[in-house]
Design a protein around this ligand. Sequence first.
Ligand SMILES: [Zn+2]
Ligand SMILES: [Zn+2]
Length: 356
Amino acid sequence: MAPQIPKTQKAAVVQKTGGKVQIKDDIPVKQPEDLAPGECLLKMHCTGVCHTDLHAALGDWPIPPQVPLIGGHEGVGEVVAIGKDTVHSPVKIGDRVGVKWIAYSCLNCEQCRKGFEQNCYNVKLSGYTVDGTFSQYLVSYVNCVTPIPDGIPSEDAASILCAGLTVYRALKYSETVPYDWIVLPGAGGGLGHLAVQYAKYMGRRVIAIDGGEEKRKLCESLGADAWIDYTTCKDIVAEVKRITEGKGAHAAVVTTASSSGYTQAVDYLRDGGKLMAVGLPAKATLDASIFFTVFKSIKIIGSYVGNREDANEAIKIAAAGKVKVFYKCDKLSALESVYDLLGQGKIAGRIVLQME
Ligand SMILES: [Zn+2]
Ligand SMILES: [Zn+2]
């Protein structure tokens, strides 16, 4: 029997950017008969909270989000309906699937055909240009959701869909090989702690940079080969060079929001090093030495989330138990207080909200 779909649902809504998050329980649910071909309706289990959601709520990015806004883009739910006349659906009713930042890509434009679905000319962004995962029900797209393998709890999978995917792709495209040194500034944060694990799974050596005892313990427990505390280290560049026997690191995956994290990387990378830029600070600019970027043959590469196959790879590695999200659970109604803590940089790992 088809599950009962309610007419209204609970969701976290931002009426205008910069305003408060309100929990509302009268948000309409798109009914199965109203779904367009290719659309599916998901009953959400849980959703992670990402720094991007805070940027969306504040409206401080160069591209404005839609308002009113239902944020969220790393959610896991169950397919409860599929639009009539959908052909070749890779998912069926009852499947557990994930929703990513890239809610929809057309799979037909030049960028999509080249595998850069995240740069699709017809892209829809979850919790930014279309409603996101901070709701009990969500309309998504059968060709774009990520199937979640059995054996990984929904809460464990949620943050793989954004944070995990993002760092996995950056590492995958860093042109490094096993035993190469990778520097991870912000290694104890939401993206960073996953980057440490994916890097170790891929056989790289990790230099973790972050601040404080809690983050040091987290990074070391995840297998980081070296630790630098930026709050006490006087010269990070010199320290990276010391650890790498004077040569510098092969790559850096920079997830931090500060521009100094990027500038330093050019200095501590060895010749031919790759600077994978992953963080999305609202205003910071990249102030790197052109002389040394050229002289050292440094590659600076912007790496923006990932395509559907990157997501499948990232989630399979996590489902195999090789990468674990360090998270705490809370309820959807706690979103406002989670944003406060996120804004103050006080969250080690990730927060996953369960639907009520
Ligand atoms: Zn995100
Ligand atoms: Zn496209």
